[in-house]
Design a protein around this ligand. Structure first.
Ligand SMILES: C[S@@+](CC[C@H](N)C(=O)[O-])C[C@H]1O[C@@H](n2cnc3c(N)ncnc32)[C@H](O)[C@@H]1O
Length: 251
């Protein structure tokens, strides 16, 4: 996985300029996060720090970002050097986060497009367990994940939004999904993995999470061109997933 994003870190960063990111991605994440003023936020799979910087600017007290890709972390650190916000970035696979580094220190974990990079249900469970470890009891997980309700036949119609999604192999737990994404003048390709709702929920419960809830994507009512986004919202490639850390069991 590290090799994947290392190969096109700058191109992926450019893809964040798509209007869909602001109108749906940021709007949905911000609705699911709620009021983050004064919060300590752990941005898991932070990429180039796009959301970390936004959330710091929106009033988060403290943000740490972790990503497995050294090239993505380097981009995030470049931005931090250029315009310091006090965000700390670390290159590490979420499933390998060490125990004592930042145990129980955060109010919120943001995992935007992360969990579906788990190549097996065991790694998914391990990621959830490691994310639980950084949260204080009562802390919240806010994630965007592969839409588990989509059949492979529904992986269609995304060309107007600059990407293509297809099943790389027959549907099963952990089966690969292939993405091709237009990023500037480049086309970047990467795989994610399919897991049923129940697999996510089991992994979260085993890590000590409760109040697990799935959420549709939402469109910023102020966004121009609601018609353009309608097909995307009818057939969302990802869904929101939130959970609350109940206590210390399973951590
Ligand atoms: C689609 S990008 C999203 C980046 C960022 N969350 C955003 O929304 O802009 C997915 C990111 O997850 C990172 N990633 C994938 N697997 C990971 C893992 N096991 N641990 C940490 N980061 C991972 C990738 O390197 C990549 O930067």
């Amino acid at each position: 996985m590290a090799a994947t994003y290392d190969a096109f870190a700058r191109d992926y960063q450019r893809s964040k300029a798509s209007p869909l990111r602001a109108a749906i991605e940021c709007w949905t994440i911000d609705r699911l996060l709620g009021d983050i003023r004064g919060a300590a936020i752990f941005d898991a799979g932070c990429g180039d720090g796009f959301h970390a910087r936004r959330l710091k600017a929106a009033g988060a007290a403290r943000i740490a970002g972790v990503d497995v890709s050294a090239a993505m972390i380097e981009l995030a650190r470049d931005e931090e050097r250029r315009a310091p916000l006090g965000i700390q970035y670390q290159c590490c696979a979420v499933e390998d986060l060490p125990d004592l580094a930042c145990a129980a220190a955060f109010d919120v974990v943001l995992a935007a497009y992360l969990l579906h990079y788990s190549p097996s249900a065991a790694v998914l469970a391990r990621m959830c367990q490691r994310l639980a470890n950084v949260l204080a009891p009562g802390g919240r997980l806010v994630a965007l994940v592969e839409n588990p309700d989509q059949a492979p036949a529904d992986y269609a119609g995304y060309a107007p939004y600059g990407f293509d999604k297809s099943a790389a192999e027959p549907r099963a737990e952990g089966s690969r999904i292939n993405y091709s994404l237009v990023a500037g003048r480049q086309m970047i390709r990467f795989d994610t993995y399919y897991y049923a709702r129940s697999t996510h929920e089991q992994a979260l419960r085993a890590a000590g999470f409760t109040a697990i809830a799935w959420h549709p994507l939402q469109l910023d009512p102020a966004a121009e061109g609601a018609d353009y986004y309608a097909a995307y919202l009818r057939n969302p490639p990802v869904l929101g997933l939130t959970a609350v850390l109940s206590g210390v069991q399973g951590r």
